[in-house]
Design a protein around this ligand. Structure first.
Ligand code: NAP
Length: 259
């Protein structure tokens, strides 16, 4: 299928590894020029160079913390006028409801709700002026089905989802589509760190923790960043202009619901 986005320009946040990199690569494969971001410059430049070499696209890199005001300003300045925005950042740490205080919530809200909102607020006006734009926010399956140990994530991402539900309907008439992608467990560093938490809490091996988690997923495996990226590229495509404010689960059937 021709996605019709060759030559467009995308900002993909938190994209040196994992799901963000999966999205960046799928867009690169469609001929989209990229602005990539992560905090550590080494892996960021390595991933960017790979994409330049493989797909012949232009890639600008900005090593900065996307959840800080200063970092966001650097990224947005380098990005300039983008047609596509993919928001992403690291997820909050796991814990118990009794662990979290106001400061923990503020940090999670900053990273996983207010950062994507600030990025949208900065990028939407130019998309609206041009009459074309796509935004994909990487959130989590925890939006549809809470993950008890990820209370900070459940809370922040639910707030972002509410914002997108309304905002996507305010900008759709201008050819700008905002949707959320909800990952279930995917084979990335984040999954390793969550499984290490289970390993320590239950006194089992990493392999046992992974097998236990896979057993609860109908597909009996973890998702791959490439699969996630493919859905992101479709949502960013010219074909996706009638998809507005949706929350699309990529979870191997993990969330047990009819709709
Ligand atoms: P990952 O493999 O750990 O990769 C995270 C990427 O984001 C890295 O490139 C990292 O690079 C960058 N990053 C992290 N914090 C950043 C920040 N503050 N500013 C800029 N870049 C930052 O994680 P992932 O699995 O791709 O997860 C991506 C998002 O999806 C997270 O919010 C996660 O909670 C959510 N999620 C993941 C899963 C899963 O199974 N993987 C499931 C549900 C939800 P640096 O460290 O160099 O900054």
């Amino acid at each position: 299928m021709e996605l019709g986005i060759q030559g467009k320009r995308a900002l993909v946040c938190a994209s040196s590894k994992g799901l963000g990199l999966g999205c960046a690569e799928a867009l690169a494969a469609e001929g989209v020029d990229l602005v990539m971001n992560a905090r550590s410059p080494g892996p960021l430049e390595e991933s960017a160079q790979n994409l330049r070499k493989t797909y012949g696209i232009q890639v600008v890199t900005v090593a900065a913390d996307i959840t800080s005001e200063d970092g966001r300003a650097q990224v947005l300045e380098a990005a300039g006028d983008v047609d596509i925005l993919v928001t992403n950042a690291g997820g909050p740490p796991p814990g118990m409801w009794s662990d979290w205080d106001r400061e923990d919530f503020i940090k999670a809200l900053d990273a996983n709700m207010l950062t994507p909102i600030a990025l949208m607020k900065a990028c939407l006006p130019k998309m609206i002026d041009k009459g074309w734009g796509r935004v994909v926010n990487i959130t989590s399956q925890s939006v549809k089905a809470p993950i008890a140990v990820l209370g900070l994530s459940n809370s922040a991402r639910a707030g972002l989802t509410g914002y997108v539900g309304g905002t996507s309907r305010q900008v759709a008439e201008f050819g700008v589509n905002i949707n959320n992608l909800l990952p279930g467990i995917h084979a990335t560093d984040r999954a390793v760190s969550l499984d290490q938490g289970v390993m320590k809490a239950q006194g089992i091996s990493l392999e046992q923790a992974q097998a236990q988690r896979m057993a609860g997923i109908p597909a009996k495996r973890y998702g791959m960043a490439e699969e996630f990226g493919a859905m992101c590229a479709f949502l960013c495509s010219d074909k996706a202009g009638f998809i507005v404010g949706q929350n699309i689960l990529l979870d191997g059937g993990g969330v047990n619901s009819t709709m």
